[in-house]
Design a protein around this ligand. Structure first.
Ligand code: 9YW
Length: 439
């Protein structure tokens, strides 16, 4: 019998969320709103699971890898048997795609490559626990190194055809930051065709206030892009030519840089992959780090995305502008991050990075990726700060986040000025990063 959540501590409550959302060999991203496995969620969920059980964390990532496409792409959704989410497998129509796996139903686009970061955390947890946990974690790296390498290689080729060191995305969903104002300009050029099949949204049924979700107009554009990709069978070359949204995403590029470095280190430490593989990953890390640095605006000091269709920089001040801080220490960015335009803004409930600068009058405090604080974003920065030796920065994010999370609702995102949890509650990755912060 389940213990009532109010009777247990934060770590126990977080563990309980992961147990309740556990579908067996995958974890639903959220109990009702997202009844399937999402790619970057599953990686962060594995980070939390590793604190509870290394074998269960390994299972999560094995399930994800079973959905990997023959091109190397890891799809953004792996569908469970559950329903109630739109667009589901029929709308994606990936069965007809040559590269899709035969026995698993998936979407046809990807999400940020945080997976090697999760593999590193699983190895760390395995080593702390010792014995069979250590053996299993290390064996998992040896067994799956080639699959992760194929994933990074796909991003570096299919999605960076000109070798700029920037990953191109074909859908805002691929950034993980679906309706961020970063994408407003490129989306304005996406005009749904009359052939767009009609649709009924289900997401608005699962949140208290529809204004916390993207609008119907936004959804029409999202589904039109799916339609364009579906019609070319999700073929990488054809997709590049037909899709109405092509943006070099600086945040995803930074994640690819740092995750490639982690994978190279794991390969070296554990004798997984060849010397050439490790060297290739190091080259990718250097290429994407340089790509990220090349986007920094001299006036704002923030990194920018590049709209590949219009050739224009995207100047919106969002948290993605701190992409260089994921790659390594950067004094100017560090000052900005903690300064008054961001975490040091006096009106914030907690000194944590909102998705849009609190000094920007366009910030919408309750609207999804247009203002709220997302705990997983704070976690990524705290992980990166610790990795680069900035223990003070990592500690500050950890403490503020644990204060934000103390009520134990594990919101999908939080109102930046009041600290109220928003979106779906009992969100798996929010609970997972809480467990990591408590470890
Ligand atoms: C959707 C699952 C996903 C996240 C995304 C987030 C949201 C799905 O939920 O997208 O239908 O809106 O934007 O980053 O992976 O948690």
């Amino acid at each position: 019998m389940l213990v009532p959540v109010s009777d247990v501590g934060l770590g126990d409550r977080a563990a309980q969320v992961l147990r309740r959302n556990d579908l067996g060999s995958m974890t639903a991203a959220a109990p009702r709103l997202y009844p399937h496995m999402w790619s970057w969620d599953s990686a962060l969920i594995a980070v939390g699971l590793a604190q509870l059980s290394v074998p269960r964390a390994v299972t999560e990532l094995r399930t994800l890898l079973r959905a990997q496409w023959s091109t190397g792409m890891i799809p953004h959704i792996v569908f469970s048997a559950g329903d109630g989410y739109f667009p589901g497998p029929e709308r994606w129509g990936t069965q007809a795609a040559a590269a899709a796996p035969a026995s698993v139903r998936t979407s046809g686009i990807c999400q940020p490559p945080v997976h090697a970061v999760a593999v590193r955390r699983i190895v760390d947890a395995g080593r702390r626990a010792g014995g069979s946990a250590r053996e299993e974690a290390e064996a998992f790296v040896r067994e799956t190194f080639g699959a992760w390498l194929a994933w990074h290689r796909w991003l570096a080729t299919a999605r960076d055809p000109d070798r700029r060191g920037l990953v191109e995305i074909y859908h805002g969903w691929e950034s993980g930051m679906d309706n961020s104002p970063r994408w407003d300009r490129p989306y304005a050029a996406v005009v749904p065709g009359a052939e767009l099949p009609s649709f009924v949204r289900t997401d608005v049924d699962h949140v208290g206030d529809a204004r916390e979700r993207p609008t119907d107009a936004e959804y029409g554009r999202y589904l039109w892009l799916v339609e364009q990709l579906r019609r070319v069978g999700y073929d990488d070359d054809a997709a590049r030519d037909v899709v109405g949204f092509r943006v070099a995403d600086v945040f995803t590029s930074a994640i690819l840089a740092v995750a490639s470095e982690e994978l190279a280190l794991l390969g070296e430490e554990l004798g997984a992959g060849s010397g050439d593989d490790v060297a290739e990953l190091r080259e990718l890390a250097a290429r994407f780090r340089a790509g990220v640095a090349s986007t920094v605006s001299p006036s704002t000091g923030l990194a920018r995305d590049l709209d590949r269709r219009s050739g224009e920089w995207i100047e919106t001040e969002t948290v993605a502008g701190f992409a260089p801080l994921l790659c390594g220490p950067d004094d100017r960015q560090r000052e900005l991050f903690w300064g008054e335009r961001w975490c040091g803004h006096p009106a914030l409930a907690h000194p944590l990075p909102p998705t849009v600068s609190p000094s920007d009058p366009g910030l919408q405090p309750r609207a999804y990726w247009r203002g709220p604080v997302w705990p997983i974003v704070s976690w990524l920065f705290s992980w990166a700060f610790a990795r680069h030796g900035d223990d003070d920065g990592a500690g500050r994010l950890r403490e503020a986040s644990l204060r934000q999370l103390a009520a134990g609702d594990f919101g999908e995102y939080y109102e930046p000025f009041t600290g109220e949890p928003l979106g779906s509650l009992h969100q798996s990755w929010t609970a997972a990063v809480t467990l990591d912060w408590l470890s």
